[in-house]
Design a protein. Structure first.
Length: 285
């Protein structure tokens, strides 16, 4: 939960730019143009639109993710037939993280849908796709329930799963490989804050490089479904490639990579230090 909070506080402005550029690439020339226009149109608070659902999403996702990560590590140990206290290899940890992400997706999808809609509400109104937008979390939630019912919160679930499962293989794999590099023979638990920040940033960068086009399709499905029924993952993917070209799938990549490094560095730093603190408390009893 602490890791998820650190991730949102650090990366939310870049995440907002990412969603805007993914769903309306023709409106922005680049990250600087997106930041300038957002500031002129909505002010500084525009960068933190969707922060509440983003906080809920990240706290829920990372709480479930890291809890399930521990369980999935035990499952991997059973599969490979080693003792429950045996240290797993970086590849085995990556596989455990990939399994864990499937569970985290179930809590992430609804909150991320609300977050993305709030972030791109201004653009939806400007483009004429909707007449009047919802400006609060509750109004978006109420709109989804009235229009699509509870299952409406799971629009984009398949694309979220397609992003999370392979993405978190690279996320945990990159993080563990980086920690192994910095540890150079020592215990990974002895690493200081700078190596942890860099390792978390590297893991986050690996995730987004691997799955960015899938995330772009997911954002479009979740945001544009406000204006009416949206085609599924393959339909949206083919439409974007056919009408806008392959590069449209990489709109907003720059703010994403900046955010990925900063936010995931903060995520892992908060996670590792809060975990050590709690383990000390447990050991003292």
């Amino acid at each position: 939960a602490l890791g998820g909070t650190a991730c949102v506080v650090t990366g939310q402005p870049f995440d907002t730019a990412k969603v805007k550029m993914q769903t309306f690439p023709e409106m922005y020339k680049g990250i600087v143009d997106c930041f300038m226009k957002t500031y002129k149109q909505v002010g500084f608070r525009g960068f933190y639109k969707g922060t509440t659902p983003a906080l809920v999403a990240n706290i829920a996702e990372n709480s479930v993710l890291f809890m399930c990560y521990g369980f999935c590590q035990q499952i991997v140990r059973r599969i490979v037939g080693v003792d429950r206290k045996t240290k797993l290899s970086d590849l085995q940890n990556a596989a455990a993280g990939s399994f864990a992400s499937a569970f985290a997706t179930l809590v992430l999808c609804p909150t991320e849908l609300v977050k993305c809609r709030l972030q791109a509400m201004h653009e939806m109104q400007l483009s004429g796709k909707i007449i009047q937008g919802h400006n609060t979390v509750w109004s978006v939630v109420k709109g989804v329930l009235q229009k699509d019912g509870p299952l409406g919160f799971y629009r984009g679930l398949s694309s979220t799963l397609l992003r999370e499962v392979p993405g978190y293989f690279f996320f945990f794999g990159g993080y563990e490989l980086s920690r192994t590099f910095f540890a150079s023979g020592r215990s990974k638990d002895e690493l200081g804050p700078i190596p942890l920040l860099l390792s978390g940033g590297f893991g986050g960068s690996c995730l987004w490089i691997a799955v960015y086009p899938v995330d772009c399709v997911k954002s479009r499905i979740q945001v544009l479904s406000m204006a009416g029924k949206q085609t599924g993952f393959m339909g949206t993917f083919v439409t974007v490639v056919r009408t806008e070209g392959v590069l449209a799938l990489y709109s907003g990549l720059k703010p994403t990579m900046i955010r990925a490094f900063l936010a995931n560095g903060a995520l892992f730093l908060a996670y590792e230090y809060s975990r050590k603190l709690m383990m000390k408390e447990v050991d003292s009893y």
